[in-house]
Write a protein that binds this ligand. Sequence first.
Ligand code: CP3
Length: 361
Amino acid sequence: MSPIPAAPSMGQLATQPTKPLLRTLAGLPSARPPLWLMRQAGRYLPEYRQTRAQAGSFLDLCYNPELAAEVTLQPIRRFGFDAAILFADILLIPQALGQQLAFRENEGPVLDAIRTAGELTRLNPDGIHKTLGPVYEAVGRIKAELPANCTLIGFAGAPWTVATYMLEGRGSKDFPAAKTWAFGNPVGLDTLMDILVEATIAYLDRQVQAGAEVVQLFDTWAGVLPEQEFRRFCIEPVRRIIAALKEKYPALPVIAFPRGAGILYETYAQATGADALGLDYTMPLGWTRDHLWSKTVVQGNLDPRLLVVGGSALAEGVHRLLSTFKGRGHIFNLGHGIVPETPVRHVEELVRLVKGSEVSA
Ligand code: CP3
Protein backbone atom coordinates (compact mmCIF):
# COMPACT_ATOMS: atom_id res chain seq x y z
CA MET A 1 0.00 0.00 0.00
CA SER A 2 1.24 3.46 -0.88
CA PRO A 3 2.14 5.56 2.20
CA ILE A 4 0.77 8.62 0.41
CA PRO A 5 -2.98 8.93 0.89
CA ALA A 6 -5.05 9.21 -2.26
CA ALA A 7 -5.97 12.74 -3.26
CA PRO A 8 -9.53 13.56 -2.29
CA SER A 9 -12.02 13.53 -5.13
CA MET A 10 -13.70 16.75 -6.24
CA GLY A 11 -16.83 15.62 -4.44
CA GLN A 12 -14.95 15.24 -1.16
CA LEU A 13 -13.25 18.61 -1.58
CA ALA A 14 -16.58 20.27 -2.16
CA THR A 15 -18.06 18.87 1.05
CA GLN A 16 -15.10 19.31 3.41
CA PRO A 17 -15.78 22.08 5.92
CA THR A 18 -13.24 24.87 6.35
CA LYS A 19 -14.10 26.15 9.85
CA PRO A 20 -11.83 24.53 12.50
CA LEU A 21 -14.67 23.35 14.77
CA LEU A 22 -16.61 21.81 11.88
CA ARG A 23 -13.46 20.12 10.59
CA THR A 24 -12.80 18.49 13.95
CA LEU A 25 -16.44 17.41 14.25
CA ALA A 26 -16.10 15.84 10.78
CA GLY A 27 -13.14 13.77 12.03
CA LEU A 28 -10.49 15.69 10.09
CA PRO A 29 -7.00 16.18 11.58
CA SER A 30 -5.78 19.55 12.89
CA ALA A 31 -2.53 21.06 14.20
CA ARG A 32 -4.28 22.26 17.36
CA PRO A 33 -7.77 21.63 18.78
CA PRO A 34 -10.49 24.19 18.11
CA LEU A 35 -11.21 26.20 21.27
CA TRP A 36 -14.31 27.62 22.94
CA LEU A 37 -15.47 27.71 26.57
CA MET A 38 -18.81 26.90 28.13
CA ARG A 39 -20.33 30.12 29.60
CA GLN A 40 -17.75 32.15 27.64
CA ALA A 41 -20.21 35.06 27.66
CA GLY A 42 -20.78 35.93 31.29
CA ARG A 43 -20.08 37.87 34.43
CA TYR A 44 -16.27 37.41 34.38
CA LEU A 45 -16.24 39.89 31.43
CA PRO A 46 -16.60 43.62 32.27
CA GLU A 47 -18.28 44.27 28.91
CA TYR A 48 -20.87 41.56 29.69
CA ARG A 49 -21.67 43.16 33.05
CA GLN A 50 -22.13 46.48 31.30
CA THR A 51 -24.49 45.13 28.61
CA ARG A 52 -26.44 43.14 31.19
CA ALA A 53 -26.94 46.31 33.26
CA GLN A 54 -28.10 48.07 30.10
CA ALA A 55 -30.59 45.25 29.38
CA GLY A 56 -32.06 45.33 32.90
CA SER A 57 -32.36 41.72 34.03
CA PHE A 58 -30.77 38.49 32.81
CA LEU A 59 -34.04 37.44 31.13
CA ASP A 60 -34.41 40.87 29.49
CA LEU A 61 -30.96 40.25 28.03
CA CYS A 62 -31.94 36.77 26.75
CA TYR A 63 -35.01 38.19 24.96
CA ASN A 64 -33.26 41.26 23.49
CA PRO A 65 -31.91 40.08 20.09
CA GLU A 66 -29.52 43.00 19.66
CA LEU A 67 -27.98 42.76 23.13
CA ALA A 68 -28.00 38.93 23.18
CA ALA A 69 -26.06 39.01 19.89
CA GLU A 70 -23.70 41.60 21.38
CA VAL A 71 -22.82 39.49 24.46
CA THR A 72 -22.45 36.36 22.30
CA LEU A 73 -19.86 38.16 20.19
CA GLN A 74 -17.95 39.86 23.04
CA PRO A 75 -15.75 36.84 23.89
CA ILE A 76 -15.16 36.23 20.17
CA ARG A 77 -13.79 39.75 19.70
CA ARG A 78 -11.71 39.59 22.86
CA PHE A 79 -10.25 36.07 22.60
CA GLY A 80 -10.79 34.91 19.00
CA PHE A 81 -12.49 31.65 20.03
CA ASP A 82 -13.27 29.15 17.27
CA ALA A 83 -16.97 29.04 18.20
CA ALA A 84 -19.63 31.41 19.46
CA ILE A 85 -22.44 29.95 21.57
CA LEU A 86 -25.82 31.61 21.37
CA PHE A 87 -26.54 33.65 24.49
CA ALA A 88 -29.74 32.28 26.01
CA ASP A 89 -30.62 29.86 28.82
CA ILE A 90 -31.86 26.28 29.09
CA LEU A 91 -34.81 27.53 31.19
CA LEU A 92 -36.34 29.57 28.36
CA ILE A 93 -38.12 26.37 27.24
CA PRO A 94 -40.12 25.92 30.48
CA GLN A 95 -40.96 29.61 30.32
CA ALA A 96 -42.09 29.30 26.69
CA LEU A 97 -44.23 26.30 27.73
CA GLY A 98 -46.03 28.55 30.20
CA GLN A 99 -44.17 28.15 33.50
CA GLN A 100 -43.32 31.24 35.55
CA LEU A 101 -39.55 31.88 35.62
CA ALA A 102 -37.48 34.48 37.46
CA PHE A 103 -33.76 34.79 38.12
CA ARG A 104 -33.12 36.21 41.56
CA GLU A 105 -29.80 37.78 42.49
CA ASN A 106 -27.60 35.24 44.38
CA GLU A 107 -30.40 32.68 44.30
CA GLY A 108 -30.47 31.52 40.67
CA PRO A 109 -33.62 30.45 38.85
CA VAL A 110 -37.03 30.18 40.54
CA LEU A 111 -40.04 28.52 38.84
CA ASP A 112 -43.59 27.68 39.96
CA ALA A 113 -42.92 23.97 40.39
CA ILE A 114 -45.15 21.36 38.76
CA ARG A 115 -46.28 19.12 41.64
CA THR A 116 -48.56 16.53 40.05
CA ALA A 117 -48.96 14.82 36.67
CA GLY A 118 -52.36 16.55 36.40
CA GLU A 119 -50.57 19.91 36.40
CA LEU A 120 -48.72 19.00 33.18
CA THR A 121 -51.77 20.34 31.34
CA ARG A 122 -50.51 23.79 32.41
CA LEU A 123 -47.85 23.41 29.73
CA ASN A 124 -48.71 24.54 26.22
CA PRO A 125 -46.29 23.17 23.59
CA ASP A 126 -48.05 24.98 20.71
CA GLY A 127 -47.16 28.49 21.76
CA ILE A 128 -43.39 28.24 22.28
CA HIS A 129 -42.18 30.10 19.19
CA LYS A 130 -44.08 33.21 20.19
CA THR A 131 -41.95 33.51 23.34
CA LEU A 132 -38.76 32.24 21.68
CA GLY A 133 -38.92 34.42 18.55
CA PRO A 134 -36.32 36.91 19.88
CA VAL A 135 -33.87 34.02 20.38
CA TYR A 136 -34.13 33.04 16.70
CA GLU A 137 -33.67 36.67 15.75
CA ALA A 138 -30.51 36.80 17.90
CA VAL A 139 -29.17 33.72 16.06
CA GLY A 140 -29.62 35.50 12.72
CA ARG A 141 -27.90 38.63 13.98
CA ILE A 142 -24.94 36.69 15.39
CA LYS A 143 -24.55 34.72 12.18
CA ALA A 144 -24.44 37.90 10.11
CA GLU A 145 -21.57 39.30 12.20
CA LEU A 146 -19.58 36.12 12.81
CA PRO A 147 -15.90 36.04 11.71
CA ALA A 148 -15.36 33.64 8.78
CA ASN A 149 -13.60 30.90 10.78
CA CYS A 150 -15.92 31.00 13.76
CA THR A 151 -18.75 28.44 14.11
CA LEU A 152 -22.13 29.31 15.65
CA ILE A 153 -23.36 26.82 18.25
CA GLY A 154 -27.05 26.73 19.19
CA PHE A 155 -28.15 24.88 22.30
CA ALA A 156 -30.89 23.61 24.56
CA GLY A 157 -31.03 21.84 27.88
CA ALA A 158 -31.53 18.08 27.72
CA PRO A 159 -35.03 17.08 28.92
CA TRP A 160 -33.95 15.49 32.24
CA THR A 161 -31.96 18.56 33.36
CA VAL A 162 -34.72 20.96 32.29
CA ALA A 163 -37.28 18.74 34.07
CA THR A 164 -35.32 18.91 37.34
CA TYR A 165 -35.81 22.70 37.42
CA MET A 166 -39.47 22.39 36.37
CA LEU A 167 -40.22 19.89 39.14
CA GLU A 168 -38.03 21.29 41.94
CA GLY A 169 -38.86 24.90 41.13
CA ARG A 170 -35.20 25.84 41.70
CA GLY A 171 -31.67 24.51 41.59
CA SER A 172 -31.13 21.47 43.81
CA LYS A 173 -28.37 19.21 45.11
CA ASP A 174 -30.33 16.02 45.74
CA PHE A 175 -33.46 16.41 43.53
CA PRO A 176 -36.15 15.15 45.92
CA ALA A 177 -39.09 16.06 43.66
CA ALA A 178 -37.58 14.99 40.31
CA LYS A 179 -36.40 11.67 41.77
CA THR A 180 -39.80 11.05 43.34
CA TRP A 181 -41.27 11.35 39.84
CA ALA A 182 -38.54 9.15 38.31
CA PHE A 183 -39.08 6.33 40.83
CA GLY A 184 -42.70 6.85 41.92
CA ASN A 185 -44.42 8.07 38.75
CA PRO A 186 -42.17 7.21 35.80
CA VAL A 187 -45.14 7.24 33.41
CA GLY A 188 -45.95 10.81 34.46
CA LEU A 189 -42.32 11.75 33.96
CA ASP A 190 -42.43 10.09 30.51
CA THR A 191 -45.28 12.48 29.66
CA LEU A 192 -43.16 15.47 30.68
CA MET A 193 -40.24 14.02 28.69
CA ASP A 194 -42.48 13.74 25.59
CA ILE A 195 -43.45 17.41 25.92
CA LEU A 196 -39.81 18.47 26.36
CA VAL A 197 -38.54 16.27 23.52
CA GLU A 198 -41.03 17.80 21.07
CA ALA A 199 -40.43 21.38 22.28
CA THR A 200 -36.65 20.92 22.13
CA ILE A 201 -36.75 19.51 18.60
CA ALA A 202 -38.90 22.45 17.45
CA TYR A 203 -36.66 24.96 19.27
CA LEU A 204 -33.39 23.59 17.86
CA ASP A 205 -34.91 23.23 14.39
CA ARG A 206 -35.68 26.97 14.42
CA GLN A 207 -32.17 27.78 15.69
CA VAL A 208 -30.70 25.80 12.78
CA GLN A 209 -33.00 27.53 10.30
CA ALA A 210 -31.82 30.88 11.72
CA GLY A 211 -28.14 29.97 11.28
CA ALA A 212 -26.85 27.68 14.04
CA GLU A 213 -24.24 25.33 12.53
CA VAL A 214 -23.84 22.94 15.49
CA VAL A 215 -26.09 22.29 18.46
CA GLN A 216 -25.19 21.28 22.00
CA LEU A 217 -27.48 19.57 24.52
CA PHE A 218 -26.62 20.40 28.15
CA ASP A 219 -27.47 17.55 30.54
CA THR A 220 -25.94 19.10 33.64
CA TRP A 221 -27.69 16.72 36.05
CA ALA A 222 -27.30 13.48 34.05
CA GLY A 223 -25.03 12.12 36.79
CA VAL A 224 -27.59 11.91 39.59
CA LEU A 225 -29.71 9.01 38.30
CA PRO A 226 -29.12 5.25 38.71
CA GLU A 227 -28.47 3.31 35.49
CA GLN A 228 -32.03 2.25 34.67
CA GLU A 229 -33.45 5.75 35.11
CA PHE A 230 -30.42 7.23 33.35
CA ARG A 231 -31.28 5.13 30.30
CA ARG A 232 -34.97 6.07 30.39
CA PHE A 233 -34.77 9.79 31.23
CA CYS A 234 -31.34 10.87 29.94
CA ILE A 235 -30.39 8.61 27.05
CA GLU A 236 -33.79 7.98 25.46
CA PRO A 237 -35.04 11.61 25.22
CA VAL A 238 -31.67 12.78 23.87
CA ARG A 239 -31.64 9.91 21.36
CA ARG A 240 -35.06 10.98 20.10
CA ILE A 241 -34.04 14.64 19.77
CA ILE A 242 -30.87 13.76 17.86
CA ALA A 243 -32.71 11.30 15.59
CA ALA A 244 -35.34 13.92 14.67
CA LEU A 245 -32.72 16.61 14.00
CA LYS A 246 -30.59 14.24 11.92
CA GLU A 247 -33.58 13.18 9.89
CA LYS A 248 -34.11 16.78 8.85
CA TYR A 249 -30.43 17.87 8.85
CA PRO A 250 -28.26 14.77 8.24
CA ALA A 251 -25.04 16.82 8.32
CA LEU A 252 -25.82 18.77 11.52
CA PRO A 253 -23.24 17.98 14.22
CA VAL A 254 -24.66 17.47 17.71
CA ILE A 255 -22.58 17.73 20.89
CA ALA A 256 -24.03 16.23 24.07
CA PHE A 257 -22.80 17.02 27.59
CA PRO A 258 -24.05 14.36 30.04
CA ARG A 259 -22.26 15.80 33.06
CA GLY A 260 -21.43 13.22 35.73
CA ALA A 261 -22.33 10.15 33.64
CA GLY A 262 -19.03 8.42 34.51
CA ILE A 263 -18.48 5.11 32.69
CA LEU A 264 -22.03 5.40 31.30
CA TYR A 265 -20.59 8.01 28.92
CA GLU A 266 -19.70 5.06 26.69
CA THR A 267 -23.26 3.69 26.49
CA TYR A 268 -24.57 7.23 26.16
CA ALA A 269 -22.29 7.92 23.18
CA GLN A 270 -23.40 4.77 21.36
CA ALA A 271 -27.09 4.99 22.18
CA THR A 272 -27.76 8.70 21.60
CA GLY A 273 -25.95 9.08 18.25
CA ALA A 274 -24.25 12.31 19.38
CA ASP A 275 -21.31 13.33 17.17
CA ALA A 276 -19.25 14.59 20.09
CA LEU A 277 -19.31 14.24 23.86
CA GLY A 278 -18.71 17.07 26.29
CA LEU A 279 -16.58 15.60 29.08
CA ASP A 280 -17.04 16.88 32.60
CA TYR A 281 -13.84 17.63 34.55
CA THR A 282 -13.99 14.42 36.59
CA MET A 283 -13.54 12.18 33.54
CA PRO A 284 -10.13 10.43 33.75
CA LEU A 285 -8.11 11.16 30.62
CA GLY A 286 -6.67 7.67 30.15
CA TRP A 287 -10.07 5.97 30.31
CA THR A 288 -11.59 8.64 28.09
CA ARG A 289 -8.84 8.24 25.51
CA ASP A 290 -9.29 4.46 25.36
CA HIS A 291 -13.09 4.20 25.60
CA LEU A 292 -14.42 7.39 24.01
CA TRP A 293 -11.79 9.27 22.00
CA SER A 294 -10.96 6.10 20.08
CA LYS A 295 -14.53 6.08 18.71
CA THR A 296 -15.86 9.61 18.83
CA VAL A 297 -14.96 13.30 19.11
CA VAL A 298 -14.55 14.57 22.67
CA GLN A 299 -14.83 18.08 24.08
CA GLY A 300 -13.42 19.38 27.35
CA ASN A 301 -12.50 19.01 30.09
CA LEU A 302 -10.28 21.47 31.97
CA ASP A 303 -11.53 22.11 35.50
CA PRO A 304 -12.96 25.68 35.51
CA ARG A 305 -11.23 26.23 38.88
CA LEU A 306 -7.86 25.89 37.14
CA LEU A 307 -8.82 28.95 35.14
CA VAL A 308 -9.34 30.83 38.41
CA VAL A 309 -6.06 29.58 39.90
CA GLY A 310 -3.94 30.16 36.77
CA GLY A 311 -0.12 29.88 36.74
CA SER A 312 1.67 26.56 36.48
CA ALA A 313 -1.40 24.56 37.58
CA LEU A 314 -3.30 25.93 34.59
CA ALA A 315 -0.38 25.37 32.22
CA GLU A 316 0.00 21.75 33.38
CA GLY A 317 -3.72 21.06 33.02
CA VAL A 318 -3.74 22.47 29.49
CA HIS A 319 -0.63 20.53 28.54
CA ARG A 320 -2.05 17.26 29.86
CA LEU A 321 -5.15 17.68 27.71
CA LEU A 322 -3.22 18.68 24.60
CA SER A 323 -0.87 15.73 24.88
CA THR A 324 -3.64 13.19 25.61
CA PHE A 325 -5.81 14.10 22.62
CA LYS A 326 -3.36 14.94 19.85
CA GLY A 327 -3.99 15.58 16.20
CA ARG A 328 -7.74 14.96 15.83
CA GLY A 329 -11.02 14.41 17.59
CA HIS A 330 -10.66 16.95 20.40
CA ILE A 331 -12.43 20.26 20.99
CA PHE A 332 -10.65 22.19 23.74
CA ASN A 333 -13.10 23.36 26.42
CA LEU A 334 -13.73 23.35 30.15
CA GLY A 335 -15.37 20.47 32.02
CA HIS A 336 -18.18 22.85 33.12
CA GLY A 337 -18.92 26.57 32.71
CA ILE A 338 -16.55 29.45 33.50
CA VAL A 339 -17.13 30.82 37.00
CA PRO A 340 -17.66 34.58 37.48
CA GLU A 341 -14.49 35.13 39.53
CA THR A 342 -12.24 33.95 36.64
CA PRO A 343 -9.56 36.57 35.85
CA VAL A 344 -9.68 37.65 32.21
CA ARG A 345 -5.89 37.40 31.99
CA HIS A 346 -6.08 33.67 32.79
CA VAL A 347 -8.44 33.17 29.85
CA GLU A 348 -5.93 35.09 27.69
CA GLU A 349 -3.19 32.78 28.95
CA LEU A 350 -5.30 29.70 28.12
CA VAL A 351 -5.87 30.99 24.58
CA ARG A 352 -2.10 31.54 24.18
CA LEU A 353 -1.32 28.04 25.42
CA VAL A 354 -3.86 26.30 23.16
CA LYS A 355 -3.20 28.40 20.06
CA GLY A 356 0.56 28.24 20.69
CA SER A 357 0.43 24.44 20.69
CA GLU A 358 0.03 24.60 16.91
CA VAL A 359 3.61 25.89 16.52
CA SER A 360 5.18 23.16 18.65
CA ALA A 361 2.94 20.36 17.30
O1 CP3 B 1 -22.25 29.32 27.47
C1 CP3 B 1 -22.64 30.46 27.16
O2 CP3 B 1 -21.90 31.46 27.20
C2 CP3 B 1 -24.05 30.60 26.56
C3 CP3 B 1 -25.10 30.95 27.46
C4 CP3 B 1 -25.59 30.00 28.54
C5 CP3 B 1 -26.09 30.47 29.78
N1 CP3 B 1 -26.63 29.42 30.45
C6 CP3 B 1 -26.07 31.88 30.21
C7 CP3 B 1 -26.26 32.18 31.64
C8 CP3 B 1 -25.77 28.62 28.52
C9 CP3 B 1 -25.34 27.61 27.48
C10 CP3 B 1 -26.44 28.27 29.74
C11 CP3 B 1 -26.85 26.89 30.06
C12 CP3 B 1 -27.43 26.63 31.39
N2 CP3 B 1 -28.29 27.40 32.11
C13 CP3 B 1 -27.26 25.40 32.08
C14 CP3 B 1 -26.47 24.20 31.59
C15 CP3 B 1 -25.01 24.39 31.69
C16 CP3 B 1 -24.48 24.50 33.11
O3 CP3 B 1 -23.94 25.57 33.43
O4 CP3 B 1 -24.59 23.52 33.85
C17 CP3 B 1 -27.98 25.50 33.29
C18 CP3 B 1 -28.07 24.44 34.36
C19 CP3 B 1 -28.63 26.75 33.28
C20 CP3 B 1 -29.57 27.28 34.30
C21 CP3 B 1 -29.04 28.49 34.95
N3 CP3 B 1 -28.85 29.70 34.32
C22 CP3 B 1 -28.65 28.63 36.30
C23 CP3 B 1 -28.68 27.53 37.34
C24 CP3 B 1 -28.24 29.95 36.46
C25 CP3 B 1 -27.85 30.62 37.75
C26 CP3 B 1 -26.44 30.34 38.14
C27 CP3 B 1 -25.52 31.45 37.71
O5 CP3 B 1 -24.44 31.16 37.18
O6 CP3 B 1 -25.90 32.61 37.94
C28 CP3 B 1 -28.33 30.59 35.18
C29 CP3 B 1 -27.99 31.99 34.89
C30 CP3 B 1 -27.10 32.25 33.72
N4 CP3 B 1 -27.18 31.63 32.50
C31 CP3 B 1 -26.06 33.24 33.65
C32 CP3 B 1 -25.55 33.19 32.36
C33 CP3 B 1 -24.47 34.08 31.78
C34 CP3 B 1 -25.71 34.21 34.76
C35 CP3 B 1 -26.79 35.24 34.80
C36 CP3 B 1 -26.31 36.62 35.14
O7 CP3 B 1 -25.85 37.35 34.24
O8 CP3 B 1 -26.44 36.96 36.31
